[in-house]
Write a protein that binds this ligand. Structure first.
Ligand code: ATP
Length: 235
């Protein structure tokens, strides 16, 4: 791993109203890496992703994307630099079909994938192209939510718990898709609760507790770190 990080976060703090949620998050991702954030419920994982995108009411610290400071930019400007968030709740429009959902986000920069390319990556979606959002399984909705952000031209994908609530066989499919995206050159920051899943795809893992990163574990050391990880995560 050489060169400048694609994303360098230092001392990131965030607030919702009076609630101080992030107390100084530090992390780094190099181009092409797949990195997870692990942590208990309420640790601040989702808030971290939202803060990177400029989607919290108040934040402070440093978030450099390709060396450019983004802490004072509005989220639409951050999106234009090449960052996109796939939220935990997926945000699929029930009244629109798969194709309409896919075409919804605007291309905000060069390099966004075409509808055809997205459907090559997600063959299940091609079969469901004219099904309404409501008729999709949880796994299909997740594929759609990820596929949709690829149109924007983002190179850094922030994925919030893509495996949540999905059956093991579907989790495997999502894993294969995320691996494929990595092969295609996307850089990925993944919030996960599923340790086995995280271990099957990531280069390294950050552990978050009470709004701070408290550990960084290379994937090769995940097995030998299981004891301490389980105590961090309370599992
Ligand atoms: P989970 O896995 O449960 O989503 P998380 O690690 O992603 O956990 P966050 O969702 O970032 O945690 O929440 C961190 C803290 O921020 C929690 O105490 C939560 O109650 C609080 N919080 C989250 N969103 C808001 C909001 N919109 N307004 C006020 N407080 C919030």
């Amino acid at each position: 791993a050489s060169g400048t990080p694609l994303l360098a976060v230092a001392g990131l703090q965030a607030w919702y109203g009076e609630s101080h949620i992030l107390h100084g998050v530090d992390l780094e991702i190099r181009p092409g890496q797949l990195v997870t954030i692990l942590g208990r419920n309420g640790a601040g994982k989702t808030t971290t992703l939202r803060s990177l995108m400029g989607m919290v009411p108040r934040r402070q610290g440093s978030v450099r994307f390709e060396g450019q400071e983004t802490i004072r930019l509005a989220s639409h400007r951050i999106a234009r630099l090449g960052m996109a968030l796939c939220p935990e709740e997926r945000g699929i429009f029930a009244s629109l079909d798969v194709e309409e959902n896919l075409l919804l986000p605007p291309k905000v920069r060069e390099g966004g994938l075409s509808l055809d390319t997205i459907l090559e990556l997600f063959p299940n979606l091609r079969e469901r192209l004219h099904s309404p959002g409501t008729k999709l399984s949880g796994g299909e909705q997740q594929m759609l939510a990820i596929g949709r952000i690829l149109r924007t031209g983002a190179r850094l994908l922030l994925l919030d718990e893509p495996t949540e609530g999905l059956a093991p066989v579907i989790v495997q499919q999502i894993g294969a898709t995320i691996r494929r995206l990595k092969q295609e050159g996307f850089t990925i920051l993944l919030v996960e609760q599923n340790l086995r899943f995280a271990g099957s795809i990531a280069d390294h893992h950050y552990v978050m507790e009470h709004g701070r990163i408290i550990d960084r574990i290379p994937n090769a050391e995940l097995e030998s770190s299981m004891g301490k990880l389980k105590s961090y995560l309370g599992v």
